[in-house]
Design a protein around this ligand. Structure first.
Ligand code: ADP
Ligand code: MG
Length: 225
């Protein structure tokens, strides 16, 4: 089996002196390829910090992060940006869609950023919009859609570049239970059919029924269940 995420003794310290916050404390963990894993923890436990480090959006103070064999702490900024664009899809609690672009254009933007030629985009975009059940919403803007639809669009956007890893930071945080369930089912479907690995943070116990495993974060440290 392939290891998707391997973290060892990860530390992230914000600030200095008396203001210092040790947001991650010797975090070590693994996620296997093809898994849908959740990290749970209260607000302030370090979930966002961990996901940002895993996705190369933030740099750890110490420790190592290997994603599908790439040691992120050895990449320079340009290499990290390139790696992130090609290998990672991000999903956020507040969706992060561009309001002036249609659903189709929001998804297309990621392919444009990655330099995918125009004629290769259409089929892939339609596949992804279909996968999240939004084929009929291609020309609509995000504000014309419900929260659940917007998050499904954000999922289509995250997967369109065929990343190996999807990082989702409280993806169901702004959704009601029923809609959250639809999103979590979609994640299961993506892991099963699109050959991606998903690592999602949450403080919702609903995820337990959908994931392959749960890690607990408490005050910046992984708790052994
Ligand atoms: P969670 O996502 O689980 O709510 P965070 O990773 O956002 O947790 O935060 C973990 C800890 O780090 C908290 O104590 C938070 O206040 C602190 N923190 C997060 N980001 C910063 C920052 N940019 N500067 C200083 N402290 C921060
Ligand atoms: Mg957070």
């Amino acid at each position: 089996m392939t290891i998707a995420i391997k973290v060892e003794n990860l530390e992230r310290v914000y600030g200095s002196g008396e203001q210092q916050v040790r947001a991650l404390k010797k975090v070590s963990m693994q996620v296997m390829a093809g898994q849908f894993m959740a990290i749970k923890g209260r607000s302030g436990s370090g979930k966002t910090t961990l996901l940002n480090c895993l996705g190369g959006l933030d740099k750890p103070s110490a420790g190592s992060i290997e994603i599908f064999g790439s040691e992120l702490t050895r990449l320079n900024d340009d290499q990290l940006t390139k790696w992130r664009r090609e290998k990672v899809g991000f999903i956020f609690q507040s969706f992060g869609l561009l309001p002036t672009l249609s659903a189709y254009e929001n998804v297309e933007l990621m392919l444009r950023i990655n330099g995918v030629p125009f004629r290769q985009r259409g089929e892939r975009i339609e596949h992804c919009l279909g996968l999240v059940g939004l084929e009929k919403w291609a020309t609509h803007r995000p504000y014309e859609m419900s929260g659940g639809q917007q998050q499904r669009l954000a999922i289509a956007r995250a997967i369109v570049t065929k990343p190996q890893l999807i990082l989702a930071d409280e993806p169901t945080g702004e959704l009601d239970t029923e809609t959250a369930g639809i999103i979590l089912e979609l994640f299961q479907n993506i892991v099963a059919n699109e050959k991606m690995t998903i690592f999602a943070s949450t403080h919702d116990s609903l995820v337990d029924d959908y994931v392959d495993g749960v890690l607990q974060l408490h005050d910046g440290a992984i708790q052994v269940a």
